[in-house]
Design a protein around this ligand. Sequence first.
Ligand code: PEP
Ligand code: MG
Length: 324
Amino acid sequence: YRANLIRLKGREAISRDGLHLRLLANIELPEDAKVAQENGAEGVGLYRTEFLYMNRKDLPSEEEQYEAYARIVQAVAGPITIRTLDLGADKQVDSGRSQGPTPNNPALGLRAIRLCLKEPDLFRVQIRALLRASSLGRAQIMLPMISSVQEFRQACAVIDAARLELIAEGKQLSGEVPVGAMIEVPAAALAAPWLARQARFFSIGTNDLIQYTLAIDRVDDEVNYLYDPLHPAVLQLISRTIEAGNAAGIEVAMCGEMAADPKYTRLLLGLGLREFSMHPEALLEIKQIIIESDVGALRKEVASLMQSQDLQEMRERINALGGH
Ligand code: PEP
Ligand code: MG
């Protein structure tokens, strides 16, 4: 089976009815860029930058970050979406956060963009390194855990200021670097029509979106039986996000685990998703499904099943879409 999949490596992800879908890789370590390429990724849809901050007591300097980002931007042939620091909750490090009391609900606390906006020096250093490295390739910046338009604009203001600062210092920058929002908090999904006027792209983070929508701690084994990507509330939020992005003419990707699961590929195609980002090992299997799918027919079937009043029936119709 794997040997068959390998043959798809150089082939484009074009559906039976001729639609080109974009398959991208999620990467964490610089060496992952190679694995992504080997599995035929068109680019990187999520580059997690936390690894730079892990297993150490101090914070990485601008220069150290610049070198790491520059290396990866140059190693990736296609576009690369770099996510700003997503620390807190399930991603703890020794350095990087102010010494406050341990929060009762870390997933609802000072994590990701919230931490970065609270500690502008931490954020500014990363943004400067990112802007400098971006000019070496096709990079864009993605903000995690955005929960409102105001928060997105506040982060953009920091990015604009860093840009002006670099220009004043005489640094060579390329054109403007697109800034997008991760949609992984229900509030952001519901505010997607407004966010789409500010953000240059969306990327749906289903790992957190499901956690927050269903109020299930993603790392608590006691409740993981409730973790359900097909819960109608989750599907509504995904569907609205894709529609808002498509209506505004911005790109919408999905970079949560749901995008890597072959059980959901046809459902997501039917919901209008055009970009899938996942751990590189999953790429070829998802490509195989895309190549065998008729997206036009899936759009109709999924629009119809989403109207179903009978949740059992809805689930059966989703399963009947096929996949692997
Ligand atoms: C997500 O939340 O779906 C996501 C892709 O980000 P992470 O798993 O790193 O929180
Ligand atoms: Mg997340």
